[in-house]
Design a protein around this ligand. Structure first.
Ligand SMILES: [Zn+2]
Length: 146
């Protein structure tokens, strides 16, 4: 789909309806900075070819962001994803291991708060004592299964 086709679709009444529903879900404020004054945009957290139209996405794939936060999100998206993959590869993760991590996130609880969960994961990965505790728990579980 060309950019022009995409922008045409954003004029469609079904997108307008979906957009309003998402804005209501976020109480007409930016998810990130909670601003109510700046123009709000609907941000697609991801794109998937199985959804033909912007309004086909499930509600949890869409968030309300003010135009400033939306711009920051769009500008940083590609570089952040590249940084994540590069870091995993530098830490010697092979593709099947990266796939395993992605699978873990796929099964991750749905009622998340992205910011809090990112902080918890960061804490876990940077706290050696916590990591050792969980690693021992996991390894002991494997031994018990035998
Ligand atoms: Zn904002």
């Amino acid at each position: 789909m060309s950019k022009q086709d995409y922008y045409e679709k954003l004029k469609h009444p079904l997108w307008q309806k979906k957009r309003l529903k998402v804005l209501e879900n976020y109480n007409f404020k930016c998810y990130k900075c909670e601003d109510k004054e700046t123009t709000l945009h609907i941000h697609h957290l991801y794109y998937d070819n199985k959804y033909k139209n912007p309004w086909d996405y499930p509600d949890d794939a869409l968030i309300a962001l003010c135009e400033d936060c939306h711009e920051v999100e769009k500008v940083n998206a590609d570089s952040c994803i590249k940084f994540l993959i590069k870091t995993l590869k530098e830490r010697r993760f092979l593709t099947y291991e990266i796939h395993r991590i992605a699978e873990g996130f796929y099964k991750f609880h749905k009622n998340y708060d992205g910011e809090i969960d990112a902080d918890i994961i960061h804490f876990f990965l940077t706290n050696e004592e916590m990591y050792s505790y969980v690693a021992n728990y996991y390894i002991n579980g494997m031994i018990d299964e035998k």
